[in-house]
Design a protein around this ligand. Structure first.
Ligand SMILES: [Zn+2]
Length: 351
């Protein structure tokens, strides 16, 4: 199957498209009436707002217990990403459902442009690279824009001791910040990225009380496809090398480069031809490496154990909330009981 040619067409207009989607996103956010703000999560919440959550599995109004759980989840997530995140970690910490979608549905991730990003002291601090990916089968758009900031860029251009090639290889392994314009990133993951301070776009401070109250996962399928190309693809390597070379030559270290349209088309075509399944090795080294990256067992970032034993599931039903269940499970353990035994006793007590 050839890739969606509409994803790569009008490459020169892609920057404008990305900007207009960012504007739309920010206007929608400003108009959104049901945002749960940080001060409310901290306890300053007026219950008459009747905001809803899906914590516990059903849509229902938020309680004080929920707010305590949200605070706990945010603390855990904040701690998890202390010290930033690398492309490898984004893949490792992602949910398997997102990696699966990346592998099956997203067959193209091409860097389209790069520029240096300045910090508060006007110094170039990182390199921002815009990637274009195709959209999944159920999407209402043809492509998505993924932004990745490489934090190792400043060192790469400041030190000429390292060859451009080696500097690019190092930058690929160092810290990244990222953003995607898709709904999954906006409503599930952007809040977590903001907590972890690896958001490359607009920060999101509204708690994802409906979509992702447990703050599970880290990246959408578009970001994951891009990260796997950063990990394994020679195209990203040579694009970064070009940007670093440009950054070293230009006085202000801006590293502003664009992908040539012909090259972008060639890359997209090459990626789209890759097989979707089959044997582990195809002979295409870039592809094999990026696919291996997406296949690896993940240490998905979930805020509770993945498997809930049968007994503790019933405890959840008895307790009525995750928190109550956890307390019951802990108590049972202290008494030397399995969750099943504890449930039997509790149910026996009720008659
Ligand atoms: Zn996305």
């Amino acid at each position: 199957m050839a890739g969606d040619p509409r994803a790569i067409s009008r490459l020169s207009g892609s920057a404008a498209e990305a900007r207009s989607r960012a504007r739309e996103d920010s206007m929608e956010r400003q108009a959104a009436p049901n945002i749960l703000n940080p001060n409310e999560v901290s306890g300053d919440y007026d219950a008459s707002r009747m905001l809803m959550t899906t914590l516990g599995g059903e849509v229902r109004p938020i309680t004080a217990d929920d707010l305590a759980q949200f605070r706990h989840n945010a603390r855990v997530a904040g701690r998890r990403f202390k010290g930033g995140i690398t492309a490898r970690q984004v893949i490792d910490m992602s949910l398997s459902v997102d990696r699966d979608r990346a592998r099956r549905q997203i067959n193209m991730a091409v860097p389209s442009a790069a520029r240096g990003v300045r910090g508060s002291n006007r110094q170039v601090e990182s390199l921002e690279v815009r990637f274009i990916t195709n959209a999944g089968p159920d999407s209402d758009v043809h492509r998505h824009h993924v932004t990745v900031e490489f934090t190792g860029y400043q060192t790469a251009i400041a030190s000429g001791a390292e060859s451009v090639k080696r500097a690019a290889a190092r930058v690929r392994k160092e810290g990244v910040r990222f953003d995607c314009d898709c709904g999954r990133h906006r409503y599930w993951f952007r809040y977590i990225a903001t907590l972890g301070r690896y958001n490359a776009g607009r920060p999101e401070t509204g708690f994802p009380k409906i979509r992702n109250p447990k703050l599970n996962g880290v990246a959408c399928k578009h970001v994951l496809r891009v990260m796997s190309e950063i990990e394994g693809g020679s195209a990203v390597q040579s694009f970064l090398a070009r940007a670093i070379e440009k950054g070293r030559q230009s006085e202000d270290g801006s590293g502003h480069i664009r992908q040539r349209k012909k090259e972008a088309e060639r890359l997209a075509e090459k990626q789209a031809k890759r097989p979707k399944g089959g044997p582990a090795g195809t002979g295409d080294r870039d592809f094999d490496r990026s696919r291996r990256a997406l296949r690896k067992q993940s240490r998905a970032t979930t805020t509770k154990p993945k498997k809930v034993a049968n007994g503790s599931k019933r405890m959840q039903a008895l307790g009525g909330s995750d928190k109550a269940r956890d307390a019951l499970v802990a108590t049972a353990r202290e008494l030397g009981l399995t969750p099943e035994q504890a449930v039997a006793i509790l149910q026996g007590g009720k008659g």
